[in-house]
Ligand binder design. Structure first.
Ligand code: SF4
Length: 708
């Protein structure tokens, strides 16, 4: 190679899915810019995206070779790929023979490519005979998935990014896009700058950068979102801002909502939510007057023991006003990870099959059994979800766990229990790119995976947009693409014919075929089209004008994905099941992201220009709460919860509600320093329907650290 090569790819961090142009110099050096042709970001990149190539070029800490330990007490030793996969296959086969297929599980990631997600699903659900596969997307999106299914009939984001440029009112609730989805936020800011009548409402107990830019910040009391959304619905009804024709022609359930909110007094609701009544009424007035109303949310609604109810009560606002399925209107759950959406499409959750089919639906199971030609029936029993996987390890019911591209030893709630559970596993495989992943220390077998730019495949972003990611460079050492590791392992398990792939595209085309005649049909999309068109939004079936970019917006005909084709308005009850604060643990801890770090920092933690923004974790506490505890800004403090503690510096900040404190979720155990994992404190309570953990509500106490 003697000239610079140019590739179009997609950022591998958040679900915005920005297009990037990577230039590879003859000496292998990379430069990176935003892709002006990509419709998601139009050339813009945030700080994380701009520094993406440094994470690739810096090969420090990469896992280079398979390593295995022969007993728990022995160290990891380098082995060949053959030896590694033969040992894994032998252990899995023995455990399955002795304890049944549900004795093994896979735990994967929203950073896996669609092909990888599909293939690992096919292996465990169709060929091992267990549904024990779940993803770290369970920790961020599953409440939205259930909310969409219950209200719209399927897990389907109805809107597209271009709706931002025609919306008048943005209700940003439980989200901080200014830091976590920065490019979408820039599009929202540009919309507002061009149109002064545009209003941004931000609902968040913290005064984030998003809240600072909003026209109206509603610093809601944690756990009261359902009541707040119902109060908004009531105010919309009182203002005459609902669409009776739409409700009558296209929805069911309005009467149930009416009778529930009949008992709600907006004035009392405002007191419970900790908000001025006039602010709730102002928000309702703006929403009612808007021609385009977008609601955007992430973890503040989803990561809750009542996450589904929060989603349903928010989606109601669109259904009662008819603000869905038209330009600038609709509920828009922002995806946290680059391919969380693709994972859901391929069935990467313990309760679903590819193309949004359900494991509990006999017709769906039969279809996939025939499609895959499975040697065993697909189990009708949903598999273990993320937190259940570690509970089952702890209880000895689950024997082996294969972890792909995720770092549960930092990201799971109640991490001390998870750490104990990992110690009880008979066999743990960690397939990852980085030795920095804390989970590697718990592995019996470590497999080196190829990273971003080192493999090809596809991803789907938050607006259902599928993009193709080319292979730009060779992976270091003996690292292999994840999809290849999975098909090689499946072959070692004896499933040679069904996993006789030679390239990622074969896997993609098989997956696309199984979406035929479903609501997410992508039979009209292939690698060649994606390379030529850059990206396509699903559905895009054969004979569909995919050349035009697929389907921009869903439900424009107001025909929803329910059996009746009518959307369902729900009447979720008002209660919060989070753990209770008391005199011992009087503060509510909420956790979240910071601007320049990503997940557990295995990638962004290596880039010095990203660590400068916030170099160390601190606990933010309101000055009044600090004063009551004799804590000064910068003091070393102990944050104590019912399951553990962390010791770190305090930052006194009026950006929080009194009674609430905040910890970033990124940091693991820092060598030589105190353990600052936020999940020492969080609990394993989950929403009963979505099984998403309650990361945003933990009872804690904060006190000055005194040397013993
Ligand atoms: Fe990457 Fe998200 Fe930033 Fe876009 S907004 S550059 S996808 S991290």
């Amino acid at each position: 190679m003697d000239k610079t090569e140019k590739f179009q790819s997609t950022c591998c961090y958040c679900g915005v899915g920005c297009g990037v142009v990577v230039q590879k110099q003859p000496n292998g050096q990379l430069t990176l810019t935003g892709d002006a042709e990509h419709p998601s970001n139009k050339g813009m990149l945030c700080s994380k995206g701009m520094n993406l190539h440094y994470t690739v070029m810096d090969q420090t800490d990469r896992i280079l070779y398979p390593r295995m330990r022969y007993s728990r007490a022995s160290p990891l030793q380098r082995v060949s790929w053959d030896e590694a996969l033969e040992r894994a296959a032998a252990v899995f086969a023995t455990l399955i023979r002795q304890h049944g297929p549900d004795s093994v599980a896979f735990y994967v990631s929203g950073q896996c490519l669609t092909e990888e997600y599909y293939l690992v699903n096919k292996l465990i659900k169709g060929f091992i005979g267990s549904n024990n596969i779940d993803t770290n997307s369970r920790l961020c999106m599953s409440s939205a998935v259930v909310g969409y299914k219950l209200s719209l009939g399927e897990d389907s984001v109805p809107v597209c990014y271009d709706d931002i440029e025609v919306a008048d009112v943005f209700l940003v609730t439980g989200a901080n896009p200014a830091w976590c989805h920065p490019i979408l936020w820039r599009r929202i800011e540009a919309r507002k700058a061009a149109n002064p009548h545009v209003k941004i409402i931000c609902v968040d107990p913290r005064k984030t950068d998003t809240a600072r830019s909003a026209d109206l910040h509603l610093p809601i009391s944690p756990g009261t979102d359902v009541l707040f959304n119902h109060a908004l619905a009531k105010a919309l009804i009182e203002n005459g801002s609902i669409d009776h024709d739409f409700i009558q022609q296209h929805t069911d359930g309005f009467e149930d909502l009416l009778s529930l909110i009949d008992d709600i007094c907006i004035q009392e609701a405002a007191i419970t939510c900790g908000l001025p009544e006039e602010d709730i009424r102002q928000a309702a007035q703006w929403i009612g007057q808007a021609k385009g109303f977008l609601s955007l949310w992430t973890m503040g609604l989803n990561q809750s023991v009542i996450g589904v109810n929060k989603n349903l009560s928010l989606i109601n606002l669109h259904l009662i006003t008819g603000r869905i399925g038209s330009p600038g209107n609709g509920p828009f759950s922002l995806t946290g990870q680059p391919n969380a959406m693709g994972g859901r499409e391929t069935g990467g959750l313990a309760n679903i099959l590819p193309a949004h089919r359900d494991v509990t639906n006999p017709a769906h199971r039969s279809h996939m059994e025939a499609f895959w030609q499975t040697p065993v029936p697909i189990s009708e029993k949903p598999g273990l979800t993320a937190t259940e996987i570690f509970e089952a390890l702890d209880e000895g019911k689950l024997k082996a766990l294969w972890i792909i591209n995720t770092n549960p030893m930092v990201s799971m709630p109640d991490i001390n229990r998870v750490e104990k559970a990992m110690g009880k596993a008979k066999f743990v495989v960690v397939q990852d790119i980085s030795e920095r992943a804390d989970t590697v220390a718990h592995a019996d077998l470590v497999l080196p995976a190829a990273g971003w730019l080192e493999k090809e495949g596809t991803m789907t972003n938050a607006e259902r947009r599928i993009t193709y990611l080319p292979k730009v460079m060779e992976a270091p050492g003996e690292a292999l693409p994840d999809v290849e590791i999975i098909w090689k392992f499946a072959q070692k398990m004896g499933f040679k014919e069904a996993f006789s792939y030679t390239k990622a595209e074969d896997v993609y085309l098989e997956y696309a075929r199984c979406t035929a005649n479903t609501n997410i049909d992508i039979t009209g999309v292939n690698y060649e089209l994606l390379q030529r068109k850059r990206s396509i939004q699903w559905p895009s079936p054969k004979n569909h004008p995919a050349e035009n970019g697929g389907t921009q917006r869903l439900f424009e005909d107001h025909q929803f994905f329910t059996n009746t084709k009518r959307a369902k308005i729900h009447a979720p009850p008002i209660y919060n099941e989070s753990e209770k604060t008391d005199s011992e643990f009087p503060l509510v801890l909420t956790t979240g992201r910071i601007r320049d770090q990503w997940h557990t920092m295995t990638k962004t933690g290596r880039v010095s220009r990203l660590t400068r923004h916030i170099p160390k974790p601190v606990v933010q506490i309101h000055p009044a709460d600090a004063e009551a505890r004799n804590i000064q800004d910068g003091d070393l403090v102990v944050v104590q919860g019912r399951r553990g503690q962390v010791r770190l510096k305090a930052e006194c900040s009026e950006d929080l509600r009194q009674g609430v404190c905040f910890l970033p979720m990124h940091w693991g155990k820092i060598a030589g320093l105190a353990d600052t994992r936020a999940n020492n404190l969080t609990n394993a309570l989950v929403d009963p329907r979505s099984k998403e953990p309650d990361f945003k509500y933990t009872a804690v106490q904060v006190s000055r650290y005194c040397k013993p």
